[in-house]
Write a protein that binds this ligand. Sequence first.
Ligand code: NBP
Length: 472
Amino acid sequence: MSKAHFGLIGLGVMGENLVLNAERNGFSSVVYNRTFSKTEAFLQGRGSGKSIAGVKNLQDFVKQLERPRRILMMVKAGPATDSVIQEISPFLQEGDLLIDGGNSEFRDTERRVSELESKSFGYIGMGVSGGSKGALEGPSMMPGGTKSSYKAIANLLGKMAAQVEDGPCVTYIGPGGSGHFVKTVHNGIEYGIEQILSEAYDLMKRVGGMNCDQIADVMAFWNSTEELSSYLVEITEVCLRATDPDDGEHVVEKIMDKAGQKGTGLWTVMSALELGAPVPTIYSALNARVLSSLKQQRVNAQEVLNGPEPQRFDLGNVENGMAPLMDAVVMATIASYAQGMELMRLASSQYNYNLDMPSIAQIWKGGCIIRSQLLKRIQDAFTLNSQLPNLLVDPWFSGQVNNRHKGLSIVVAGAMKAGIPVPCLSSSLDYINSYRTSRLPQNLVQAMRDCFGSHSYERVDKEGVFHTEWLD
Ligand code: NBP
């Protein structure tokens, strides 16, 4: 019997779809799942009639793969991934390649790379984005590891990935944990945009008095514009239109207002804080999810804490695409991307990842959750200036910021007066206002630090490090 081209471990939602994708692209496959009944169900269901074989144990799994073996793990991140690596390592040989496609913490990947370096087989930490549909039809993939390991799977990944006008949505990201780092930042940006769209929905509902279908119409309009055309705006419209078959009411209004998270947003913020990258939009999105989970406390607090009654202010109208609100959403979305790109630029230099920013924007243009037309502009901005310190100062993006600043200010001020929380919109406005302010009040912070702790300060009028005896 001829051996399979590709092996997959972990028949969860992602694994199942990725192996069907590989097989469709001409790579005969063998699959292993810890719980064998899932393998059987898959082979009798979606996997039937295809060049996919299933096995009960990892020893048989490796025996059925052609050499050098190409094995993709799609299992739960953390200890489950370590345990699979430990189980399969003794069976791997010179030149074989193990790929972790789960959402692993990039430091775990760094550790695994250094632990496995002494072994003869290659290891790739690869971020995969696109959800189940993307996994099947073509995801965006962010592989990190040695270049030679990447070369061994470039053909396979190039065929499996989403395709956009300038190539497949996969590229070599860099060494070590860089692939998982870039995927983490992708998810951080995603947190930001999801929260921004949710705040826009809340404002249209509570300030504009609009229903789900009317808000969905606005999303459809936004999705037709260059600035907001994106997968997330597209699915926001879909979510808003969906109705409950039992009573015909909108499903979204019946969903509990507690948002979950699996860690990537938290890792983005932790990395940003460590590297000194300001990511207030992404941080606010994470905080918003955390605060939303305190449902019972919020219910109780509403009885005790007063605030202004929600009141109307000018959000625009459906015909003009809710112009000020659209300005606000575009600005905050740009802020979310700008913060993510800046974080990657700093990480690239700190961790020697040598990230190629235009290529990262390119592979996010298709297949992944944050795909959008803006990414073409982001790709162009970093192609024009590979040392761009911040997306906001690129000529096209600064034009957007200057044209839309007023709209964002109106919306944030109105929301504050109406007592409606807009954490991502307001933090994006503060981010942009801070970034464009040449003199911030941190001179006073420095004075206080020197006053209580003799931390010293620099001066604007002469060189050197200074200390004042403030309390004498
Ligand atoms: P899950 O994250 O739910 O993982 C399920 C798979 O992990 C199953 O095959 C399960 O086997 C296996 N597994 C577990 Br759990 N513990 C194991 C262990 N100790 N040893 C061996 N196998 C073990 O499924 P998923 O949603 O397909 O995600 C897979 C990976 O891809 C995760 O890291 C996830 O974060 C990442 N990811 C998910 C998405 C998405 O949209 N869902 C997108 C991008 C990346 P069992 O059947 O025996 O329990």
